[in-house]
Design a protein. Structure first.
Lengths: 427, 123
């Protein structure tokens, strides 16, 4: 009987997160790395993001989504340590006597179990749907999530409709507004319930302003017309509690509604495995090495918190890959200090949620934060039990744009008690 | 002498830096707020001759997928973007294709090539 193979690392999901983790794990001494991807090819959500704007920070060149995915793939495809299985859906992960048992299914092997000393969760996120936002009315055809429409237009080659209204000003919706315009459709309006846009500024400029598409802030859809197919929407202004204001209704004719109301990390597998999930990020609680609450289980990318920059996904995944490799090789130092990192005033989320330090640890730590509301001329203030750790002035913060700040190694070493990160000042 | 200040967001990368350009008698004399040199160039171009990248897809014959994502090699005049997109709707590429292969040379005579943004194997 042959001995059962135990991989150093099994990576769940072959998007930019999974591929970057695999590359870094191989570079850091992992000998056997298996990437499992349910789609027909690796690359994740980037394969449908045909627009450019990716890679300037991580690869120092501007790439399209597929171009970025190609680069991530090219960096691992010839590495002997890395094995990739596509068309392989992971169904379940469990812990068994120190190893992780991953149950997956594919057309070639049927149902199979693979084992890893460590696993890295890089399953990305999925879109919120209409159910999550409750629009009254019939359920006519012609209502899609923006991401589903993006896949249709960019990968399958057909249009969801011709006269479009977009609900939500998240980036996917903005990108789709331009994409549909380029395909000859008319985008009538983008409606946003918040008083500010949830998309990147550059996307407002180049996806809406360039095509004269109106953006209605503090507005939402209060009715959908049409029984079999969407024929139009009723739109209302909302008050500061996001309640529709009577008498402000107006109608827009359209045959299609795209919902761009946000993304949520895809964590069914993580929950079943028993990983602690943070209530605000909806992703696993991680330390600065991206290790979750379970020993040897790492997580990175959109599964941890929704990123707007894929470059940060790769950065984060490389950290996870490196420390999973160190763990698999039995070289991880036990943590002696566990410091919580808490969001304070003005900060909605902060990742990692804690910093675990071994004796003599000498490492800088990068924090990723999201602001609660858009503000100008603020100070990012990091404090611990002794008071100030550091302050950083920021000219502008927006909930849609993740803030990254490095705490230098010397300051990390000196941290005492829990850390709080807040955004102070403003306007 | 007419001095004018214009505030805009750089769209060259997702950082979206807020730029303030000073215009003296119709020429841009200074740009502040940019994190990298591309921002200064963007502000100057935007105020004199706005340019945009174009990304789209074209049909592909014999490929693993039906569509091939493409990108303009450099920026195109903003006013020509819709015309270029329309031109691309009639184009059919042939697999196999490598990332960077020219799919439409010199689109609409504007001096810019449209290239593949990924590999596409033939099946
Ligand atoms: C529409 C859109 C536009 C964007 N625009 C930009 C932009 O302009 N610039 C920028 O920098 N970033 C952009 N981003 C962000 C960037 O694309 C993402 O942050 C990045 O792709 C996330 O990488 P990931 O690897 O974490 O997740 P994903 O790319 O989602 O990859 C996750 C992978 O895991 C696989 N998977 C999930 N569950 C399983 C399972 N059970 N078994 C097997 N495989 C599984 C999925 O199939 C997928 O391939 C955009 C994102 C979207 C959605
Ligand atoms: S100035 Fe540079 S860093 Fe800032 S948005 Fe423009 S390209 Fe990006």
């Amino acid at each position: 009987m042959t001995e059962k193979k135990i991989y150093d690392i099994v990576i769940i999901g072959g998007g930019p997160g999974g591929l970057s983790a695999a590359k870094s794990a191989a570079e850091n001494g992992a000998k056997s790395i298996l990437v499992l991807e349910r789609d027909r090819e690796v690359g994740g959500i980037l394969q449908q993001c045909v627009h450019n704007g990716f890679g300037l920070h991580h690869f120092k060149e501007e790439l399209t989504g597929p171009g970025y995915a190609q680069k991530c793939y090219d960096l691992v495809k010839d590495r002997l340590e890395v094995e990739i299985m596509t068309d392989t859906m992971v169904l379940h992960i469990r812990e068994s006597e120190g190893t992780k048992v991953v149950t997956a299914v594919n057309p070639k092997n049927g149902l199979m179990n693979v084992e890893g000393k460590t696993v890295i969760l890089t399953m990305g996120c999925r879109e919120r749907t209409r159910g999550a936002i409750r629009i009254p009315g019939y359920r006519p055809a012609g209502v899609y999530t923006a991401g589903a429409a993006q896949r249709m237009v960019n990968m399958e080659g057909y249009l969801p409709g011709h006269k479009i209204v977009i609900l939500g000003s998240g980036d996917i919706g903005l990108i789709m507004a331009r994409r549909m315009s380029l395909e000859g459709c008319k985008v009538e309006a983008v409606l946003e319930i918040c008083p500010f846009s949830n998309g990147l500024t550059r996307n407002i400029v180049q996806c809406l302003n360039d095509y004269d598409i109106p953006l209605y802030l503090s507005h939402t859809i209060t009715g959908i017309k049409g029984k079999d197919r969407v024929e139009g929407v009723t739109v209302s202004k909302v008050d500061d509690k996001m309640r529709p204001i009577a008498g402000t209704e107006f109608d827009i004719d359209c045959d299609t509604i795209l919902l761009s109301v946000g993304l949520i990390p895809e964590n069914e597998l993580s929950r079943e495995l028993g990983v602690a999930i943070h209530p605000r990020t909806n992703g696993p609680v991680v330390d600065q090495h991206r290790e979750t609450s379970m020993d040897g289980v790492f997580a990175a990318g959109n599964v941890v918190h929704v990123h707007d920059l894929v470059d940060f996904v790769s950065d984060e995944a490389e950290i996870a890959g490196k420390f999973a490799a160190i763990k698999a090789n039995g070289e991880a130092q036990p943590a002696k200090k566990d410091i919580a990192v808490n969001p304070g005033d003005g900060v909605n989320t902060c990742v990692p949620q804690h910093i675990r330090l071994a004796d003599g640890a000498d490492e800088s730590v990068r924090l990723f934060m999201r602001a609660r509301s858009p503000e100008r001329k603020v100070t990012l203030h990091i404090t611990d039990a002794n008071g100030d750790v550091m302050k950083k002035p920021l000219p502008i913060v927006k909930p849609s744009e993740m803030i990254a700040v490095d705490i230098p190694a010397a300051k990390v070493k000196a941290l005492a008690g829990d850390v709080t990160v807040s955004i102070e000042g403003g306007k | 002498m007419a001095i004018e200040k214009k505030v805009m967001n750089c769209i060259m990368c997702p950082m979206g830096c807020e730029l303030t350009a000073t215009i003296e008698d119709g020429t841009v004399t200074s740009v502040v707020g940019n994190t990298c040199p591309r921002g200064a160039k963007y502000a100057k171009d935007e105020l004199t001759h706005p340019m945009r990248m174009l990304t789209s897809t074209v049909r592909i014959d014999g490929g693993a997928l039906h569509l091939l994502p493409v990108v303009s090699k450099t920026t195109l005049p903003k006013g020509m973007i819709l015309d270029c997109a329309e031109e691309l709707r009639g184009v059919v590429a042939k697999a196999p294709v490598h990332v960077g292969d020219v799919i439409v040379p010199n689109i609409l005579g504007l001096g810019v090539d449209i290239v593949a943004s990924r590999d596409m194997a033939a099946v």
